[in-house]
Write a protein that binds this ligand. Structure first.
Ligand code: AP5
Ligand code: MG
Length: 216
């Protein structure tokens, strides 16, 4: 499966990606996670990305495209991958077309998680992530077994720097102006499969499996 998962900030891309990755046994390539890792490691990439991310703005295409090209060229992507958070602009989508063409890879589907804006702010402000392994939680919707402790690895749960109410407003604006138009772009290629992102997390995953034709 060669997949893209799309949706506004807080739609549940990362949450569903964890299930999709496991079920289809494909690498989960999240540009947001890659940037956050680089920020943690204080690499040049991290230093550049940090100022954009903390404002809720997009990291420049020139930086992001090269990063994804390098990742998709690795051998573990030959039989499939799940792109999360990329592409996010029309120039990124066009660059991705070229990268995939050069690698002789065809996309199977673009999963679009649909969630109204009214729900997104609460999801983002209430999100907690494991500092060590990145697993995602929510203070009400997806609680860990023990408060503040990751179920998977026992690491401490923290809040992402860009998960403040102020930054979220900007992230939602950026999504609608720069990323949402991609749905039309991929619709023309008949790749978009839209799933309702409201409801039980496992049910949403089942619906995604059905849309991909993989739930026997
Ligand atoms: P990125 O990390 O991609 O963030 P995002 O797109 O804003 O999306 P999120 O990770 O916030 O949301 P999600 O959809 O993954 O939701 P989640 O599953 O966690 O990007 C961050 C930044 O990096 C960007 O702003 C930009 O600066 C930069 N960047 C990244 N890629 C870039 C690119 N290509 N070009 C330029 N810049 C780039 O769920 C959210 C919460 O909701 C969780 O708490 C979860 O527990 C809860 N939840 C999930 N599902 C449900 C459900 N069904 N019911 C109730 N609660 C739920
Ligand atoms: Mg995410």
């Amino acid at each position: 499966m060669k997949l893209i998962i799309m949706g506004p900030p807080g739609a549940g891309k990362g949450t569903q990606a964890a299930y999709i990755k496991k079920y289809y046994n494909i690498p989960h390539i999240s540009t947001g996670d890659m940037f956050r890792e680089a920020i943690k490691e204080e690499t040049d990439l991290g230093l550049e990305a940090k100022s954009y991310i903390e404002k809720g703005a997009l990291v420049p295409d020139s930086v992001t495209i090269g990063l994804v090209e390098e990742r998709l060229s690795k051998s573990d992507c030959k039989d499939g991958f799940l792109l999360d958070g990329f592409p996010r602009t029309i120039p990124q989508a066009k660059a991705l077309d070229e990268i995939l063409h050069n690698l002789k890879i065809k996309l199977d589907a673009v999963i679009n998680i649909s969630v109204p804006d009214s729900v997104l702010v609460d999801r983002i402000v209430g999100r907690r992530v494991c500092k060590n392994c990145g697993a995602g939680y929510h203070i009400h919707n997806q609680k860990p077994r023990q408060d503040g402790v990751c179920d998977v690895c026992g690491g401490p749960l923290i809040q992402r720097k860009d998960d403040t109410e102020e930054t979220v407003v900007n992230r939602l604006k950026v999504y609608s102006s720069q990323t949402k138009p991609l749905l039309e772009y991929y619709d023309k290629a008949k790749l978009v499969k839209t799933v309702n992102g409201i409801g039980d997390i496992q049910e949403i995953f089942k619906n995604i499996q059905n849309l991909l034709g993989g739930n026997e």
